[in-house]
Write a protein that binds this ligand. Structure first.
Ligand SMILES: C[S@@+](CC[C@H](N)C(=O)[O-])C[C@H]1O[C@@H](n2cnc3c(N)ncnc32)[C@H](O)[C@@H]1O
Length: 307
């Protein structure tokens, strides 16, 4: 383990996966122990599933993008479990697992992983996470199913319509790795609005144009040459986190949004992602928020933002 991971209780990937693992374990335990809950078919859906394993840099503990893997020597890489394998190894488990992945070679890896667990009901889907989830949420009978969805993109891939479709089921608990530092703050230039193409992507991610007023305020200033309009940006982590929570609360409108966000930083302490949680089921939200809140604030030794 690097100095960084010893100091902060693991790399940001470890923190994220540790949180997910403990939540899935608590969830499956409740559904397996409770007579009434046993009625439901439980599903774990991992929409950016990867391969089931992940390669980390041994020196920094940080994940290595697939295209950089070949540049590292055997001594520098560390093979670790990814979210799909972590979920499959849990006992008690879920009744069904769905892994969605866009990259064909990763899909093949996921199929090999599926073959290691012949007694489990596992669906491996090659495709786009947004398209799959929006169809799946519309076609599943939510009177009979309950699910945990994990959205673990590298960047801006999640569309707000996907979040809304998850919330609308009122039957899904969501863990979402939000790309606050790695993408959003970098797409908000200091003294001018983002170019149109970035603006469209931000609107797709937040599901609203409101981000323009949340991250920028304009004011008039007197200069030697008369009044000049200047644009002030506030792309602080707290402002992005607050806006994210506010948006989640419009989708999950029955009070199931966790108001603490786990801040995931890289080895140079720069914030990369915010891990957020929301429970769509109004009857389950008390228990879900308690478990998720404890994980985010207590068990992972991670820093969190409370908004
Ligand atoms: C951060 S990695 C996932 C890591 C995985 N959760 C784990 O813990 O091992 C993101 C994955 O999403 C895949 N991906 C990217 N865009 C996608 C999309 N639109 N739909 C589905 N998968 C996508 C990438 O190929 C990559 O494998």
């Amino acid at each position: 383990m690097s100095e960084y991971s010893q100091q902060f209780g693991g790399s940001w990937t470890d923190q994220k996966l540790d949180c997910l693992q403990k939540y899935l374990h608590a969830y499956a335990t409740i559904f397996n122990a409770n007579q009434r809950a046993k009625f439901f078919t439980t599903i774990y859906l991992d929409a950016f599933a990867g391969t089931g394993y992940r390669v980390a840099n041994l020196r920094t503990d940080e994940p290595i993008p697939a295209d950089e893997e070949p540049t590292l020597s055997e001594e520098e890489r560390l093979l670790l479990k990814g979210s799909a394998r972590i979920a499959l190894e849990l006992e008690p488990g879920f009744k069904r697992y769905i892994f969605v992945e866009r990259d064909p070679s990763r899909v093949e890896e996921l199929k090999r992983l599926r073959d290691e667990f012949p007694s489990k009901d596992i669906l491996v889907e090659h495709g786009d996470a947004n398209t799959y989830i929006q169809t799946w949420t519309a076609q599943t009978d939510w009177e009979k199913h309950r699910a945990v969805v994990f959205l673990d993109p590298y960047g801006m891939q999640v569309q707000w319509r996907t979040i809304q479709s998850i919330a609308d089921t009122r039957a899904i608990d969501l863990w979402f790795l939000f790309p606050a530092g790695i993408a959003v703050s970098r797409m908000l230039p200091k003294d001018k609005p983002p170019p149109d193409s970035w603006g469209r992507r931000l609107t797709e991610l937040f599901g609203s144009e409101e981000w323009r007023d949340r991250f920028y305020t304009s004011s008039e200033q007197e200069t030697l040459f008369g009044a000049e309009e200047t644009l002030q940006r506030d792309a602080s982590l707290a402002n992005i986190g607050n806006f994210l929570i506010e948006r989640l609360e419009t989708a999950f409108d029955t009070g199931g949004v966790l108001r603490q966000l786990m801040v995931l930083r890289n080895s140079r302490r720069s914030p990369m992602y915010l891990l957020c949680f929301a429970c769509g089921n109004p009857r389950a939200k008390g228990t879900a928020l308690k478990i998720a809140g404890d994980l985010v604030t207590k068990y992972t030794f991670a820093e969190f933002l409370s908004v």
